[in-house]
Each structure stands twice: as structure tokens, then as C-alpha cells.
Design a protein around this ligand. Structure first.
Ligand SMILES: Nc1nc2c(c(=O)[nH]1)N[C@H]1C(S)=C(S)[C@@H](COP(=O)(O)OP(=O)(O)OC[C@H]3O[C@@H](n4cnc5c(N)ncnc54)[C@H](O)[C@@H]3O)O[C@H]1N2
Ligand code: MOO
Length: 396
């Protein structure tokens, strides 16, 4: 049986990075930047007040308590006039550009205003409460690097820089097909029926990654519905088709033969992993990749996390994900020759060190421990473990 690294290498050899397209900032969330972005502006673009108060020109290093200054004007954020040549003090709002020659802001709480004058109640330092141009980012500096996910923080910076279009990687088009005659939507179940949870799980996971859906189907184990769903996904231009179930050894495990009859070339079937061993990968020449995940829910979670996500990363032009090293609270003994993917929780021990605990009672059919875990764990060479975010969309 093929090992996990061998299987992944075969799979990734089939992936080409997706094209780049220009996207409006409002539609760019969850995509990946296709190029480094240099800052077209300095931020802040001008020296401005950090507090509401009075702008003054300090004469020495300090302004002693009791100093009185004549107030010239109210200077608010967005005001275009910025010279008050005769003024001693200028009432100023947070964010307003510092008037020319003014260098210090005294917060209003430490001021006493009497008519046209202001008196300072405490000693003040020269230069305080001014945010200088370029102290967030300088003009021409690297704002965001290629491969950076355009998340809300990136959108905040891009918007502040006045950038309304970005070069981003095209979203991958992914179809999901859940197989199983026992599967039902939510609602009352017939005898022996279960609710489809793999389909909604994959749809949610793929949405959190930021894929473009290219079809979603739930098909029985008999008839030609699977063939139709695969053809529909190909016709919809899917880059990747993810199926669940019917891929192991049973009488109704038709996915391997159905994919072959549709003309898909098998890359591998069965990987030395737990859970998820029966997993199959195939490719339609000139068409989509197919990842056929075994039906048990946690085998689907593993298939998504450790096969689908690396493919999505490669499509985005990202390098392989790097897990963090963690110490296991109790040693983990898996089966020789198998790569085990375990659920766990990373937390602090009594000394404040980070340790990982394996979730109790893990099994491929048990969903509850998955909802309680905060990390995936794989065992490292030296008995320590590698920790991976539960949702690969959270990986950097
Ligand atoms: N004789 C053998 N039996 C099994 C083997 C094997 O190697 N030899 N492998 C076991 C392993 S490991 C797994 S995993 C499962 C995978 O089997 P399939 O991929 O063929 O999946 P199914 O039989 O269709 O389903 C397995 C299990 O998962 C439930 N399921 C399926 N789809 C969904 C869904 N959309 N939502 C929720 N639950 C789903 C299904 O009802 C079954 O309980 O095979 C072992 N057996
Ligand atoms: O390995 Mo299967 O994928 O346990 O459930």
C-alpha cells in the first residue's frame, strides 16, 4: 500500500496553479494574492493628531503646567486649510492633519478652556500625541506578499491604501458528490436511513476555503446517478470533484469502477493512513482531479484536511503547509507503517508549556470528538507530534 507522502506527491504532481485574474476588492475575500503588493501611499499619509485636544508648537522639550495659549481655530479631520501662521494653539480633532509648524497635541482632558484661551493643567512633552506620516507603512514598502490570503485584515489595509482591484488567483471550482442509498436530507428517517453529514461538511469546509461550487449531489448506490453527477461536474468546469463513500471493498462500493468506466485514470487507491485508508485519487485527462473519500465521517474529515486541502493550496500556488511541533501529554502508539491522523486539544500544562492531548474515544464514525477538538495531530519522527489547524483555511 502506498504511503501518505507518496500518495500526496502523486496527487500534487497533477496540480497546476490556477490562472490569475483581476478582482474587485469587494469580491476578493478568501482569495489569494497573485503578486506582491507595494504600498502606493504612506500610511498615515500626513502627520496627524492622535487625540482630541489642542495642537501647539512646543518651544522646549516640555510645556509646563499652567501655560496659557490663545486658541486660533478648530481644526477637524478632513480640513484642507493647514496653516495658522499667527496661532499659538489650535483646537484639533483625532485624525486631523497637524497644522504646519505645530508639533504637539495636548489632550482635551488636561486642558481648561476659557473663551479664546486654553490653559494646560499638567506638564506636557514636546511631540506627544502626533502620528507621523509613514509610521504604519512607507510608500513603496511591501504591504502584502504574494500568496497572502485576502482576509478581513488584508482588506482593511488594501482599502486604507485606496486599492480597489487586486490580482488574485482564480477560485478553484469544486464539486461534491455524496454516495449512499442510506443517505437522506434533514427530516424524519426511513428505517436504516441516516442523514447526509458528509455533503454539508464538505460544502461548509470548501466555502470556508473560498472555492466556487461546481455542483453538489447526493446519489444512491444503484443506477446511473453517480455517472450523471460526475459528468455534470465535468461539464460545469470543475477543477476537482470530491466524492464520499462507496470506495472500499463492499458489494456496493462502485466508485472505483464507475470512475474507470467514465475514463478517469486512477492515481492511487488505498493509502497507509488511519482513518481514511480506502481513499482513491483519479484524474480525467484535460479535466478534473477526483478525490474519492471513504464514507465514514472522520475519514472524510481526514480526506479533506490532508488530501483536498493540499490540492487547494497547490492550486493557489502556495507552498506545502508547515505544521507546528507540539509535545504530547501521553505518548501515541499507532500501527507500524501507518500514518495516523488524530484529533486532540492543544493547551497549557501547569508550568504553562504547550502540550497536546489526544481526544478520547476517537473512531472513524464518531463525530462528537471532532467538534470538541482544536487540532489535528500527526506523530513526528521523535515521538513528538505535529499539530495542524482543524480547518486548513486557518493555516498560514
Ligand atoms: N471489508 C472491508 N470493509 C471495510 C473496509 C475494508 O477495507 N474492508 N474499510 C473500512 C473503512 S476504513 C472505511 S472508511 C469504510 C469506507 O467505506 P466506503 O468508502 O465504501 O463508504 P460507505 O460504505 O459508503 O460508508 C461507510 C460509512 O460511512 C457512512 N456514510 C457514508 N456516506 C455518508 C454521508 N454522506 N454522511 C454520513 N455518513 C455517511 C455510511 O453510512 C457507513 O456507515 O469502510 C470500512 N469497511
Ligand atoms: O479508515 Mo476508515 O477510513 O476508518 O474509517
Amino acid at each position: 500500500m502506498i504511503s501518505y507522502p507518496e500518495a500526496l506527491a502523486l496527487l500534487l504532481a497533477e496540480v497546476r496553479p490556477l490562472d490569475v485574474e483581476q478582482v474587485a476588492l469587494g469580491a476578493a475575500r478568501l482569495r489569494f494574492l497573485a503578486a506582491d503588493m507595494a504600498s502606493p501611499l504612506a500610511l498615515p499619509s500626513f502627520d496627524n493628531a492622535a487625540m482630541d485636544g489642542y495642537a501647539v508648537r512646543a518651544e522646549g522639550d516640555a510645556i509646563p503646567a499652567g501655560t496659557v495659549r490663545a486658541v486660533a481655530a478648530m481644526h477637524a479631520a478632513g480640513d484642507t486649510i493647514d496653516t495658522y501662521p499667527e496661532a499659538e494653539a489650535c483646537e484639533i480633532a483625532t485624525g486631523a492633519r497637524m497644522p504646519v509648524g505645530f508639533d504637539t497635541v495636548v489632550p482635551v482632558e488636561r486642558c481648561e478652556r476659557r473663551g479664546g484661551e486654553v490653559r494646560f493643567l499638567a506638564d506636557e512633552r514636546r511631540g506627544q500625541n502626533v502620528r507621523h506620516a509613514g509610521t504604519d507603512i512607507g510608500e513603496g514598502a511591501l504591504a502584502l506578499a504574494r500568496g497572502r490570503r485576502i482576509d478581513a485584515a488584508a482588506i482593511m489595509l488594501l482599502a486604507a491604501l485606496g486599492i480597489d482591484r487586486v490580482d488574485a488567483v482564480r477560485q478553484p471550482r469544486v464539486a461534491v458528490i455524496a454516495t449512499g442509498s442510506e443517505l437522506n436530507p434533514t427530516g424524519p428517517l426511513p428505517p436504516g436511513g441516516i442523514h447526509d453529514s458528509n455533503g454539508p461538511f464538505l460544502a461548509a469546509s470548501l466555502a470556508s476555503w473560498g472555492v466556487e461550487p461546481a455542483g453538489r449531489a447526493r446519489v444512491p448506490d444503484v443506477g446511473d446517478a453517480f455517472h450523471v453527477a460526475v459528468r455534470d461536474a465535468r461539464d460545469a468546469g470543475a477543477d476537482l470533484i470530491v466524492t464520499t463513500g462507496a470506495v472500499s471493498a463492499g458489494r456496493f462500493d462502485f466508485v472505483p469502477s464507475a470512475l474507470a468506466s467514465l475514463g478517469a485514470r486512477e492515481l492511487f487507491h488505498k493509502v497507509a493512513i488511519r482513518p481514511g485508508k480506502p481513499l482513491l485519487a483519479a484524474r480525467f485527462d484535460g479535466g478534473p482531479l477526483v478525490l474519492a473519500l471513504p464514507g465514514n465521517p472522520i475519514a472524510v474529515a481526514v480526506g479533506y484536511r490532508f488530501f483536498v486541502a493540499p490540492v487547494l493550496r497547490a492550486m493557489a500556488g502556495l507552498p506545502a503547509e508547515r505544521p507546528t511541533r507540539v509535545t504530547l501529554a501521553t505518548p501515541f502508539t499507532g500501527r507500524e507503517g501507518m500514518r495516523h491522523f488524530a484529533l486532540g486539544r492543544v493547551g497549557n500544562d501547569a508550568q504553562g508549556r504547550q502540550v497536546a492531548h489526544l481526544a478520547d474515544a476517537q473512531a472513524a464514525y464518531r463525530i462528537l470528538p471532532y467538534t470538541q477538538a482544536n487540532t489535528w495531530l500527526t506523530t513526528g519522527a521523535d515521538g513528538d507530534a505535529e499539530a495542524w489547524p482543524i480547518d486548513p483555511a486557518d493555516a498560514t
